[in-house]
Design a protein around this ligand. Structure first.
Ligand SMILES: Nc1ncnc2c1ncn2[C@@H]1O[C@H](COP(=O)(O)OP(=O)(O)OP(=O)(O)O)[C@@H](O)[C@H]1O
Ligand SMILES: [Mg+2]
Length: 260
């Protein structure tokens, strides 16, 4: 008589691999592991479930896209990953640290040292120049001044902003502001770079340039990156795509599987 368990095992072409649950949550060495994370905003009849049992993992060196329509939970998810927002349940590990269990002060320190954010609106400090916006974040982790200066100049150079270093944000174009924001996110040498809609305010050509630059910086520096977008054209610059719909993290696709 056939044993269905043996049959199932022997039909796996590549032999025993990780179990499906391990695969979804990632192997223990993944840089980022999000496990069963839910987020409910508000309570009672106004409660909104923005994230429902999200599980994902990203390896060091990967640059992935988080794709989904407006209101699907993208910003909520990366805000929880980066420790800006508390989850209602579930856990987020970056390396061996569970971000969801850190207290306020520890969380702030962890964020400054290990996570770089690029927000949709760039969010630069308006009264600081491009260069000063980079230097400011270095003070949060007490980088020595000389090292911070060198790093800021190097990043501005790489991002094509050397000639704009002394400009205030209002004296920069939208694309330049986004590039300053990328520089600022990389300034403290984070493990994880979280990017929310970097191309929303840019035309397609400029958007592509910014995302290409972001990819290059992430790859050259061995960082791990997650980019939120609802623009399918931008996913070709990423290694993998996570899709989110109504708070459900649905598909995990390679960019080519989406026809790009
Ligand atoms: N502070 C909040 N209080 C209550 N509801 C919120 C709050 N923030 C977000 N939401 C709701 O949670 C859901 C997910 O919001 P989120 O900002 O994560 O979406 P998003 O995918 O980033 O959308 P977009 O592409 O428009 O930026 C939405 O229904 C939104 O209205
Ligand atoms: Mg958003």
């Amino acid at each position: 008589m056939n044993d269905p368990v043996v049959d199932a095992t022997s039909s796996t072409p590549d032999g025993p691999g990780p179990s499906p649950s391990q695969d979804a949550a990632g192997h223990p060495g993944a840089l980022l592991r999000v496990e069963n994370v839910s987020k409910v905003y508000g309570s009672g009849h106004t409660a909104v479930t923005a994230l429902d049992d999200a599980t994902m993992s990203v390896d060091q060196g990967e640059f992935v896209a988080l794709l989904g329509p407006s209101g699907s939970g993208k910003t909520t998810l990366i805000s929880i990953i980066g420790g800006l927002l508390s989850a209602s349940s579930g856990s987020v590990h970056i390396g061996n640290v569970d971000v969801t269990t850190l207290g306020g002060k520890e969380r702030t320190k962890f964020r400054a040292e290990r996570v770089g954010f690029v927000f949709q609106s760039a969010n630069l400090v308006p009264f600081l120049t491009a260069r000063e916006n980079l230097l400011y974040v270095a003070t949060l982790v007490k980088t020595p001044k000389k090292a911070a200066s060198q790093r800021a100049d190097q990043l501005l150079e790489e991002l094509g902003l050397a000639g704009r270093a002394k400009n205030l944000p209002e004296q920069l174009s939208g694309g330049e502001r986004q590039r300053v924001a990328i520089g600022r996110a990389l300034m403290n040498d984070p493990d994880l770079v979280l990017v929310d809609e970097p191309t929303a305010a840019l035309d397609t050509a400029l958007g592509r340039q910014v995302v290409q630059l972001l990819r290059r910086e992430i790859k050259d520096r061995g960082k791990t990156g997650i980019m939120v977008t609802h623009d399918l054209r931008m996913v070709e610059y990423t290694d993998r795509v996570f899709e989110i719909l109504d708070g459900h993290l649905t598909h995990v696709e390679s960019p080519s599987a989406l026809g790009h």
